[in-house]
Design a protein around this ligand. Structure first.
Ligand code: SF4
Length: 395
């Protein structure tokens, strides 16, 4: 697929941020009636009144049979904030190494040691080549996430970021999950502040939201016992926010977690957001079951995906954006989710590896025209944004 090119790079840093409208949440009569019929009339009224939902409320939402009414409620909240606007960006992914000391049982991407079959670590030039290949394309972001590679020195990471910065000063570098930041801190004997400050000085602009998985200790012990725990993950983001960096947050759903553990996860994120306000976007990540140790588990149904997105919108009242990551969700479900509380579809995502190795059957990339077309076909208005939600263009 080829991208549609335009003739200049907009100065996105001075463009206006995507405005949240903060209008009233209007409950159409049919939504109100349907919510009452399925036993959540009280919750619908509280959502309309702008009241916060608690853990028990969230649990009730996850148990409602009628996913359409959840979607309708979440949609009212989404439209009160953004109307029909739906955000996307032009980005590329660089996964520079899949060698990883950790042993997360849902992971299909990692290889334990250098030299293992399928293991790779890019030389700096190779990683940089991915950026150079996009020289003539108006991508605005590079998203970098890696395994926890014991063979790489600290300078490798700083050099990688500095080289990208030198090659493409206009590109926003969103790099390294909280899991990686914690690993760097332990391995190189630095504090989170030191790691983040050095990375920022090299050119990192924000952190992606990966590695959160499920915070609850029961599920986390089973899913990923040997990487940073929930408190550590949250602390990395707290420190990043205090340093003025924006970050995203995620939840891996649909594997072994209980509904209570999903609720616990959402509320921990909401609590940190109350404290710092630094999260931009919440991205529920659908579990995929190929080429990992959970291959006997079924993947979450479309119904469960839409429910989780809708409940996230209703519970996370202090996080602006709810993103449907089309790579994992599938393009059609991502389109449908734009009526279930979602306002963001991620980006063009050149060359995604992590979820394709787990069986994602979506394309490796979409063009800007593809994204604009599928948002329009869903009845919404596409808006190209940069990483920090400055408007690049209303398409
Ligand atoms: S999910 Fe991340 S930390 Fe866990 S094994 Fe895979 S690459 Fe390593």
């Amino acid at each position: 697929m080829t991208d549609v090119e335009v003739s200049h790079i907009p100065k996105t840093s001075t463009a206006p941020r995507c405005v949240t409208r903060s209008g009233p949440v209007v409950l159409p009569r049919l939504v109100r009636q349907r919510a009452m019929a399925v036993g959540i009339g009280d919750l619908a009224e509280r959502v309309a009144a702008g009241e916060r939902l608690d853990a028990g409320d969230a649990r009730r939402l996850f148990e409602v049979d009628d996913v359409a009414v959840l979607g309708a409620l979440a949609n009212q909240v989404r439209e009160a904030r953004f109307g029909d606007l739906t955000f996307f960006n032009r980005n590329l992914h660089v996964n520079a190494t899949n060698v990883c000391e950790a042993s997360c049982i849902f992971c299909s991407f990692a290889r334990l040691k250098t030299g293992d079959q399928g293991a790779y670590t890019m030389a700096l030039d190779e990683a940089l080549g991915r950026i150079r290949a996009q020289r003539d394309r108006l991508v605005t972001e590079v998203h970098i996430v890696n395994g926890l590679n014991p063979d790489l020195p600290w300078a490798w990471y700083l050099d990688l970021i500095a080289a990208i910065r030198a090659e493409r000063p206009d590109l926003h570098i969103k790099a390294f999950t909280a899991v990686e930041i914690h690993y760097f801190a332990e391995k190189f004997g630095k504090s989170y502040v030191e790691v983040l400050t050095e990375l920022r000085a090299a050119g990192v602009g924000s952190l992606p939201g990966g590695g959160a998985e499920i915070f609850h200790p029961r599920a986390r012990r089973k899913l990923c016992h040997d990487k940073v725990d929930a408190d550590g993950w949250l602390e990395v983001h707290r420190v990043a926010h205090r340093l003025g960096m924006r970050t995203n947050c995620t939840m891996l759903f649909g594997s072994i977690e209980t509904m209570d553990e999903r609720v616990d996860h959402l509320l921990r994120l909401r609590t940190l957001q109350d404290e710092t306000g630094g999260f931009q976007t919440f991205i529920p990540l659908k579990f995929h079951n190929e080429n990992n140790r959970l291959r006997r588990l079924p993947e979450p149904t479309g119904n469960d995906c839409l429910r989780t997105l809708a409940v996230s919108r209703l519970v996370l009242d202090n996080i602006d954006h709810i993103k449907a990551y089309w790579i994992m969700l599938g393009i059609k479900l991502a389109q449908a989710s734009l009526w279930f509380g979602v306002d963001d579809l991620d980006g063009t995502v050149k060359e995604e590896k992590i979820y394709h190795m787990a069986g994602a059957s979506t394309p490796q990339e979409l063009t800007r025209a593809d994204l604009v077309g599928l948002i329009r076909a869903a009845g919404r208005i596409p808006v190209e944004r940069d990483t920090l939600y400055h408007v690049v263009a209303e398409a």
